[in-house]
Design a protein around this ligand. Sequence first.
Ligand code: NAD
Length: 339
Amino acid sequence: MTTAVRILVTGGAGFIGSHYVRTLLGPEGAGGVHVTVLDKLTYAGVAANLDAVRGSDRFAFVQGDICDAELVDKLVGRHDQIVHFAAETHVDRSLHAADAFVRTNVHGTQTLLDTALRYRPEVFVHVSTDEVYGSIAKGSWTEDAPLAPNSPYAATKASSDLLALACHRTHGVDVRITRCSNNYGPHHFPEKLIPLFVTNLLDGAEVPLYGDGLDVRDWLHVDDHVRGIELVRTGGRAGEVYHIGGGAELTNRELTRLLLDAVGADASLVRNVEDRKGHDRRYSLDWSKIRDDLEYRPRRGFEEALVETVAWYRDNRPWWEPLKKRAAPLDSPGPGVRA
Ligand code: NAD
């Protein structure tokens, strides 16, 4: 009998981490894995996101902080691999108070890396973002583009990427980094652009569109993102960075139009608000490396998957209503648009 690969997933109660865990333990998952989620359950962590796997004998949940060196030591020592999602993720919050971002994203990641150095897991996948590169007017970034983050969120993610790479280059730990574009899908915390707009529109409320609405993002369905992460976990190379893109580049204005149509709302609900400070104009990843090396392709067509996503929020009001109430309000114009 082969023994299961024990994977420690940090931040597994969040949007992408929980999708990853549900997928891994679901019918399309790798099989032969045991998953432990380590999650602090901050305002963004939702225990119910893991309800579908809670009964599995291949799943365990530990509520705790990735900055807790003693706890992290205990857990990393008992696992073969690490997939690291845990982070403070809302750009707008980082503009108001960056401390929690520095603590979790930088110090927390270094705590995991220090422990990985002691136990040498087979693989450590560090999940990052296209925002580490700043903004690009034309063309797309390749994995060797210089890091030039603008928001405090992006600066902490860039710092953690550099620490992760340093851990590989200095100590030879098998660290692999993924950087993806903007995700969408079910279980996305309703302060981020798509779920915020959809849930506001479902309530007949206005949606706050930053600036001229011409900022450009590439949208990646969370199914495609977790498939890309799995390809990197199982087939990627140590010390390498892999971009995971969605192939659906849109302005926020175009996206808003599609969301209005999908909900059946009209444009009078769009409120133009003052632009976010330091707002990046455009992100664009060249993801030919993961396509050529690991045969990654996004499978979800954007417009169809967006309609499906809107239907999920329409059908799952009990999931998002309490979350909208519990997220601490931001005093910026346009409460919490991340894109
Ligand atoms: P999320 O905010 O939905 O979830 C983050 C999770 O981390 C939550 O469950 C939270 O409780 C947990 N957490 C926070 N601080 C912690 C700590 N100190 N210790 C343990 N757990 C902690 O985030 P997400 O959208 O699922 O993002 C996951 C990862 O993907 C992040 O690293 C993020 O930077 C990256 N990413 C996200 C996107 C996107 O579009 N959502 C895009 C690019 C990269």
